[in-house]
Design a protein around this ligand. Structure first.
Ligand SMILES: C[S@@+](CC[C@H](N)C(=O)[O-])C[C@H]1O[C@@H](n2cnc3c(N)ncnc32)[C@H](O)[C@@H]1O
Length: 398
């Protein structure tokens, strides 16, 4: 796979952070696939349509309230999804998609999944509970009691990729990583939310440039070590590197050549994507000024894609890393960014991670969390520093 294909491979929901919003949109897409018999089929919630050749019969699905036409045959009827988070607009999109399929397929047959031999894209209740425990154990991500729709929508595409007929079977394999490593990695990856953007929330980068880096420069700190601990597709560590370059024009500054940025994420795919440093126009439009784009990016052969400049790239080293693991081999940092990932974890796991960060910060080191995250009731190792705008946590003196 070329790098440009790779860039397009994972389907991003760049505008959302929330589980519901993201997957409400996915849920409303038609999922066109090949059925096991090789005939084209379209599977939607509430009905399955199969174009199996010159059939003239319309089989009603028992649960549908079908009307009957003049020849006595039952007619298919649109039945909207009642999945949580489905918006009015999405329901309209479902209806249009349904109508289009019916219009293009005069011999359309509406039948149950069982009749067509198409297996389930819905996780069973028992399997959901097993899977939720497994995901929490492996990644810290808490799914809660009612995120079946999320599992269905995120894992559906993997059924095709791994040629597995049902979500339950996919989950069985994923939970056996010793045998099905690739499936297991892909399934955990699919359950992460990778929403990110350049200079997210702005205030951490202002605090870095105007308060923290000058303080480290005055203390003669060298090298300066910064960790972006859930870096997703790389916007956060590259934004940090850009700020480090920009502050080098100030009288008091740290040396960019002696600044090491370590960027880690659970997702191997995100780490690989970050290393490429390629961003399409959609990603570039989110949080990046025209000035920074001109200064820190170079064009590629694809006019829609730009690449992070080599100087910025050389400041960041990426690696796959699970925040549930021991941090002992990572060394000490002056600043840690751990933004918009603790929200997915239980309080117990949040507290453990905050304690571990404290052990990996140099004296007086700083911790940035996401703007909706806090350490309240989780640890007493840090003091809050107001930066106006925003806050950062500083490791307390022992
Ligand atoms: C919403 S993104 C946040 C990206 C960036 N920090 C930001 O604020 O824009 C959350 C990231 O956390 C990663 N993640 C989830 N669980 C993790 C874990 N146990 N260890 C490391 N990274 C994890 C996900 O893969 C995802 O890329």
């Amino acid at each position: 796979m070329g790098v440009f294909d790779f860039l397009k491979a994972k389907n991003f929901n760049e505008n959302d952070d929330g589980f519901e919003k993201k997957d409400a949109r996915r849920d409303n897409r038609d999922d066109i696939s090949k059925s096991s018999s090789g005939s084209a089929s379209t599977q939607k919630r509430g009905f399955t349509i199969s174009n199996n050749g010159p059939s003239t019969e319309i089989k009603p699905r028992p649960s549908l309230d079908n009307s009957v036409d003049s020849s006595g045959r039952a007619k298919a009827k649109f039945e909207p999804s009642n999945y949580p988070g489905v918006t009015k607009l999405a329901l309209e999109a479902q209806r249009v998609a349904y109508d289009n399929v019916i219009r293009r397929n005069p011999n359309v047959q509406v039948a149950t999944q069982d009749e067509l031999g198409v297996q389930s894209r819905s996780v069973s209740d028992l399997q959901y509970r097993r899977f939720a425990s497994y995901i929490e154990e492996q990644s810290g991500i808490v799914l809660g009691d009612s995120k079946q729709y999320l599992v269905n929508s995120r894992l559906s595409t993997l059924l095709i990729r791994f040629n597995i007929p049902s979500i339950d079977e996919l989950i069985n394999k994923a939970m056996n990583p010793a045998v099905y490593k690739e499936i297991s990695t892909a399934v955990i990856d699919a359950m992460t939310t990778n929403e990110t953007l350049w200079f997210r929330d702005n205030y951490p980068y202002l605090a870095l440039k105007n308060i923290i880096l000058p303080e480290l420069a005055r203390r003669g700190k060298s090298p300066v070590r910064i960790w972006s601990a859930a870096c997703s597709s790389g916007q956060e560590p590259y934004s940090i590197a850009m700020v480090v370059q920009e502050q080098a024009t100030q009288v008091v500054h740290v040396d960019p050549a002696n600044t090491q940025i370590t960027a880690t994420d659970l997702s191997p795919e995100m780490v690989e994507r970050s290393r490429f440093g390629l961003y399409d126009s959609h990603a570039l439009a989110r949080g990046l000024s025209a000035e920074r784009k001109a200064k820190f990016f170079k064009p590629t052969k694809d006019p829609n894609v730009m690449e992070v400049d080599d100087v910025i790239k050389s400041m960041v080293s990426f690696k796959q890393f699970n925040l549930l693991n021991s941090f002992s081999l990572l060394g000490k940092f002056d600043i840690i960014f751990c933004r918009n990932v603790l929200i997915y974890f239980s309080n117990e796991v949040k507290a453990q991670i905050l304690e571990k960060f404290a052990g990996n910060l140099n004296p007086g080191g700083y911790l940035f969390l996401g703007s909706s995250e806090s350490i309240n009731g989780l640890t007493d190792k840090y003091e809050m520093v107001r930066c106006n705008p925003g806050i950062v946590y500083r490791l307390k003196d022992r």
